[in-house]
Design a protein around this ligand. Structure first.
Ligand code: ADP
Ligand code: MG
Length: 448
């Protein structure tokens, strides 16, 4: 491709400005000639005619990437990756951008995705960059726990991943009281075992969180592992349950055993109430056996649980078997309420981090988001980012996101925590054994 050919292409486009394939060809040719700034301009021009064209957006992101306009590129690519089935080239550009932003471990994952989809995309230079930066870090390839599946065919085999979370308490907004509990009960004993021994304070037991969905229970459990540089295993009931007699108990045992081998390790049980729930697909008394197995593993009489931190969460604590609540087990049960104003402000800040943002009036945004969960707030940020992105692509220049965009997003996503309280209120009023749910009453401003 020569300069005069580029000029001919430009002439042709003048004659038929809505010819998108032609525009794509011009922009792509400019990339090949390493004339990235011009390519950027052409992609933007083309997007004015066809704003939803993924190939054009990818091209623009690549042009940004080559010019090291990293955050502009990331915003576009992340928008594409979040949708289903992004093409291989999207992963490759994503990987390069992540590398520019200094996130080598994520870059490595994105690169692997790209190559898995299209081996022709192999990029020796990028590969060497990634390997260099990741050297010395423990290899982040996830380990897995194999569980006995339904037996017959291979496809039924179940796995649980052992993660190494990178997030810490800093990425969790609010929840101060619960963070403090976790520090006292879980982190300090791990860091100062000799002190605890000296004062004869027994280490062990777990911490159970309950509350409306989306308020950060799982998120905080993962961050706890990151905070102490521990492994993290998240277990759902469907991972354990097996229709064969005794297999569910064996699965549970393998998981605990693996956590003991991998200490320090945060072992997190999500929807833990389901362990004891009556289920039609289990034998009558099977639920009991599984609970007993769980309690035996947790009591640590037969096994040494030192260095294993047990956290659990449930949206329905009233379905939890009472035996879980005895001393040495989940003797601390903590209510995770929807974030208050200060917490909402910090959750907004966490999710806006690294995005193009102008001065945000958090007081205003926080007033407009009563009853929004952490997950709801993340959704608001996503909606606001998306609208800005559309605008940026339409106008050809990035516009930072501001107060107005966040407030506007509340029109498109409503808070999701209120429904939970309809149910919770009844239990708190009529089944509040020993004041178990006083926190709910207090939150709802109901006097006993
Ligand atoms: N306190 C918080 N701080 C930051 N992000 C949060 C918070 N609470 C929720 N989120 C966001 O919402 C997502 C879902 O929350 P999650 O922890 O799964 O809720 P839960 O387990 O209570 O149902 C999280 O992955 C996180 O992105
Ligand atoms: Mg959860």
């Amino acid at each position: 491709m020569e300069d005069n050919e580029i000029n001919e292409l430009r002439e042709a486009i003048k004659a038929s400005p809505e010819n998108i394939p032609l525009r794509k060809y011009l922009a792509k040719s400019l990339i090949k000639l390493k004339r990235y700034e011009e390519a950027e301009l052409e992609y933007k021009n083309a997007l004015k005619y066809s704003p939803d064209d993924t190939a054009l957006k990818l091209g623009l992101a690549a042009a940004f990437c080559e010019q090291e306009k990293t955050s502009l590129g990331l915003v576009i690519i992340e928008g594409i990756i979040e949708r289903s089935a992004p093409p291989a080239s999207a992963w490759l550009t994503y990987s390069k951008l992540l590398m520019q932003s200094g996130n080598a471990s994520k870059a490595s994952e994105a690169y692997d995705n790209a190559i898995a989809l299209d081996a022709n995309l192999k990029d020796a230079f990028l590969e060497s960059q990634i390997n260099l930066s990741n050297r010395g870090n423990e290899n982040p390839t996830p380990e897995k726990i194999k569980l006995g599946g339904l037996g017959e065919d291979e496809g039924d085999e179940k796995h649980i991943e052992i993660e190494r979370p990178e997030i810490t308490f800093g990425e969790v907004g609010g929840m101060e009281k619960i963070k403090e509990e976790i520090r006292m009960k879980i982190i300090h004993p791990l860091e100062h075992p000799e002190l605890y021994k000296m004062y004869g304070k027994k280490i062990g037991g777990g911490l159970l969180m309950y509350g409306p969905p989306g308020c950060g229970k799982t998120h905080l459990a993962r961050a706890t592992a990151g905070q102490v540089n521990a492994n993290f295993i998240s277990v759902g009931i469907s991972d354990i349950l097996d229709m064969y007699l005794g297999q569910s108990e064996r699965n549970l045992h393998s998981i605990f055993q693996r956590a003991r081998d991998m200490k320090p390790c945060v072992l997190f049980f999500d929807e833990v109430d389901a362990l004891g729930a009556n289920r039609s697909d289990m034998r009558q008394s099977a639920g009991r056996h599984l609970i007993n197995q769980f309690l035996a593993e947790m009591d640590g009489v037969e096994y040494d649980n030192d260095g294993v931190l047990i956290l659990a969460a449930t949206n329905a604590p009233w379905h939890l078997d009472g035996a879980f609540r005895r001393p040495g087990r989940f003797d601390r049960i903590l209510f995770v309420p929807p974030p208050d104003e200060a917490a909402r402000a910090s959750i907004f800040k966490i999710h806006l981090e690294g995005k193009p943002v102008e001065q945000v009036d958090y007081t205003k945004v926080v007033k407009k988001t009563k009853d929004y969960s952490g997950a709801d707030i993340r959704a608001l940020v996503d909606i606001a980012v998306e609208s800005k992105l559309e605008e940026a692509i339409r106008t050809g220049k990035p516009v930072p996101l501001g107060t107005k965009d966040l407030v506007k997003a509340t029109g498109r996503h409503k808070p999701t925590t209120k429904e939970w309280f309809l149910t919770a209120k009844n239990y708190a009023l009529f089944a509040n054994d020993g004041g178990l749910y006083d926190d709910i009453l207090k939150y709802l401003n109901i006097k006993k």
